[in-house]
Design a protein around this ligand. Sequence first.
Ligand code: SF4
Ligand code: SF4
Length: 335
Amino acid sequence: MQKQITEANFRLLLDSLLFKGQRVVGPRRSGGTVLYEPLASASDLVTDELPRRSVKEAFFPVCEDLLEYRKEGQQVALSDVTAERFPETVLIGVRPCDAAAVPVLDAVFSWDYKDQFFLERRARTTIIGLACTSSDDACFCSAVGLSPADPKGADLMLTPLVGGGFLVESQSEKGEAFLETWRDRFAEPDGTQTQALATPATQPFDLKRIKAWLDDHFEDAAWDSIATRCVGCGACAFVCPACHCFDIVDEGSEKGGKRRKFWDACGFWKFTHHASGHNPRDLQPKRYRNRIMHKFKYYDDKFGQTLCTGCGRCIRVCPVGIDIAGVLEEIQEKG
Ligand code: SF4
Ligand code: SF4
């Protein structure tokens, strides 16, 4: 279903949602940075900047409690988490490179083990995407099969109209239900043109060719030249909308404490550090190799999709200037 909405009605809609007590999360300026955070009013929403961190945190927080335990005599009592921890949420202004990563994460969090934490949040969230009309040198969504207006992962997709307002297209039952609930705010499309979309400069990658080279080059001198300078800070994984490795630890004492799940990153030297002391990825190039292999070979082998949406965040944050698009170009030339 297609509708359109004026800028004024869009802001009124946001304020109406908030007035009703709906949790609304969207790009918001926080200090000097734009992040996906709960909005307090429509004026908080930032629509012209890609948030510094990705939207995955809405479903997969940096750190969360799984349970509490305490020793009672010879027994151990467990307190489970409750559904109140997963409020109904409208995620708004989600960029296509972020929204597209959500179904990619669905695959792994509903595979052999159903992750109730992730899946409950997914079930209770409506994603309203926003097409991009500008990009920077790091953006390369269109090189990995997406586009600045790709609706993948969105329940509703907004595309800015010339002169203001948005074309609104539903992509799912949740999107249809949202349009129906707030039908007074929307109008039928009147033929107004959408604004010109962003044009990321990177040419489309031949992902099959890249994967074919990866299939045959687990051991290759290229990994040293590509990644010797990686300092293993993990920033690339933490800002990535698709990276999803985590660890689980018990924090507390034998009398009581919490079991917690928190993000991990394959760039960290302890990521595959065995209890024996052996580390099969003992050098940084082996860790970076895993990052590329996971994204462009292993995930494809397992789930038939690439674990990268071309958001460019890892390029922007890498302290030593490692550019994943450049790495892919290099591999493609070898393939
Ligand atoms: S690997 Fe880099 S460019 Fe690709 S989705 Fe992750 S952060 Fe974005
Ligand atoms: S951000 Fe750069 S230096 Fe840090 S782990 Fe990633 S590739 Fe290595």
